[in-house]
Design a binder for this molecule. Structure first.
Ligand code: ARG
Length: 283
């Protein structure tokens, strides 16, 4: 009897272990399948972005066309068009992908949200690479360098940062110009959705200064001859790059390749000459 009981006990133990082990095996298998699926799906997601762009036949680029010579409105053959350095870069990227280019004009502050919500594929708007932005998006390799500049109206008497104490400075919301203005002591900020609106206020002397990228300050000054002045000392800013969704690594590779090729072939220098040296805004 004892022996039978013992055999039974051993049998039960063996059975428990076996079930346990197979259960574990099952678990492990599930886990493996799960993780493979996850890797698989993220790969599929990657392909999707480029494939989606190709299927749609167009690359959708978000910009804020208030920033000559990076991107701005111009009447070409009686038609309002968005042109500029960034637009030529966007076209080179769409060409590499073999698709059309669609430009979506929006407030600067809406571009990163539009990239994140997939309303646009990428953002190109003279974006400065910043640590804060890097938390939510990817940046391409830089395609331009350039600092920020204080622009004032003629006769304002503003010669440097220190003269801005107690003055009102116009900035475009969400820009590094806004960040720079916040750091100047005693300044009152006036926020604008567009740089055009800020410059309008400056021309009407409702504000004393605006902070934008150097090249943009120059473009607005030559657009309004005799009315605006640039403060000689500039404010340091980082390089400019294209904004992409995190995870769109393959698209990032394509964008980087295009920028690298433009640099190596001398095309980028030609674009810099075209938009930042030779280009004269029509008044
Ligand atoms: N470089 C500045 C920044 O990244 C200003 C860019 C503004 N661009 C524009 N298209 N309005 O914050």
């Amino acid at each position: 009897m004892k022996k039978i009981l013992l055999t039974l006990l051993v049998l039960i133990i063996m059975l428990t272990v076996a079930v346990g082990a197979s259960g574990c095996g099952q678990n492990a298998k599930n886990q493996q399948e799960f993780s493979q699926e996850t890797i698989g799906s993220s790969e599929v997601k990657e392909e999707d972005t480029i494939e989606r762009i190709k299927k749609a036949g167009k690359l959708v680029v978000g910009t804020s066309a208030d920033y000559p010579p990076f991107e701005f409105h111009q009447v070409v053959n009686g038609k309002d068009e968005i042109v500029g350095f960034d637009i030529d870069l966007a076209r080179a990227i769409s060409k590499e992908l073999g698709v059309e280019l669609e430009i979506k004009d929006m407030d600067f502050k809406s571009i990163i949200p539009a990239v994140l919500s997939k309303t646009v594929d990428i953002g190109i708007a003279g974006f400065t690479i910043t640590e804060e932005r890097e938390k939510s998006v990817n940046f391409s390799i830089p395609y331009l360098e350039g600092d920020q500049q204080i622009i004032t109206y003629k006769g304002s008497g503003i010669k440097g940062k220190e003269d801005l104490k107690g003055k009102t400075v116009g900035v475009q919301i969400g820009t590094t110009g806004e960040e720079a203005a916040k750091k100047i002591e005693g300044v009152t900020l006036k926020q604008f959705d567009s740089v055009d609106a800020a410059i309008m206020d400056l021309l009407n002397k409702r504000i004393e200064a605006v902070i934008v990228d150097v090249a943009v300050a120059k473009a607005y000054a030559s657009n309004n001859p005799g009315k605006l002045e640039l403060v000689s000392e500039t404010i340091e800013d980082e390089a400019k790059a294209v904004v992409l969704r995190k995870g769109d690594e393959k698209l990032l590779e394509v964008v980087n390749k295009v920028i690298k090729n433009l640099k190596e072939s001398g095309e980028l220098d030609k674009l810099i000459k075209k938009w930042f040296i030779d280009y004269k805004p029509a008044n």
